[in-house]
Design a protein around this ligand. Sequence first.
Ligand code: F0G
Length: 423
Amino acid sequence: MTTRPAPYVRCAVCGETWPRLSPRVECPCGGLLEVVQDPRHSARTLRARFDRRRSGDPSVEGSGVWRFRELLLPGRGPVVTHPEGNTTLYRRDTVARWVGLEDLALKHEGENPTGSFKDRGMTVAVTQAVRAGATAVACASTGNTSASLAAYAAQAGRPALVFVPAGKVAAGKLAQALAYGARTLLVRGDFDTCLRLVRETAETLGVALLNSINPWRLEGQKTIVWEMLQQRGWDPPDWIVVPAGALGNTSAFGKALREAKQLGLIRRVPRVASIQARGANPFYRSFRTGFRKRFRVQAETVATAIRIGDPASHDRAVRTIRETRGLVEAVSDAQILEAKAVVDGSGIGCEPASAAAVAGTRQLVRKGLIKKGHSVVAVLTGNLLKDPDAVMGFHARKGRWRNPPVEIEPRLSDVERVLKRRR
Ligand code: F0G
């Protein structure tokens, strides 16, 4: 038998071998193949290498939030962490080209433990609530906050109560809240109604309120910006683009940049662009009046995460836009879904609200407000799997990106027929 450089492929039955680039997956004898690795490595070298390469560990030290703990919630006491953060800053040419930029990075907060950026705020807010003696926690939510709260409450051993708009929460998010054991109330009303009800409930029943009006949530969410800056060697991009609903993130980003500048972690403050859905655009309308007026709208959009008509953090978000010389833009549902198809098709994927950031970036480039030479980081706030119905609905409809599944009889001729057909 020939000796081959490892790793190579060997039949587990007859022992025949093939080189590693062989397209074979089965042996002619019918046996299954196995990969043979080089047995001559030194254990000491390997251990040292593996230890050096290990990025996260399941403790406070491994968290992309608590790494910055001096600037969040210092002090002794238990920390309720999964851990979270350490999300990827992606570069994908197909997305950058579609947007019209050369230097576009996507910070994928959908890689957090419950699939959205909410975990960064929740780990700090639940930790603070536990230290402060909370016996139960509650929130109103368009879905992601409730999923995150439910997970962190379960870990902390505290009952969770969540209020979500009936019929307007994506399937993945509702499933999470139930699975993690939160008492889940489907309120006949929108998010803004849910928020009013949970505020009353928290006040009356003495339950800790963990919506983004809770300042500790914003402390945790600052780390999206800090971690991104650290990933770039503390060299700020020209723009940070973020989808906007209740405006907690927009507010947290402003605070993160203000503090980073004051502390001397960065010399220059990037501009923040907040993107709303056209059907849920009170902040955009306010921006158009130079923030002289505040609006409340009846919100409707396919991006249910940001289906919010009266954003609670309006005032502190205004400060972010003013201080960073930022912008607010609004995009249609069709633009959101097209952007989502582009991000999904790049192999990364995100939920509809996240795609608003990408659609908004493209629109701002087209308007010439973001220059083609600018560096931009767009934040993908939630995971593709959060909203499977949005994906299935989109691919069932006509359009350039359409990719519907095809049901067939189990025979080769059906496969051939389908492969010949256009989508
Ligand atoms: N993207 C996603 C995926 C969200 O879930 C949210 C908000 C936003 C963007 C907007 O962020 O509210 O800070 O301006 N979701 C909240 C929730 C409202 O209840 O899950 P924001």
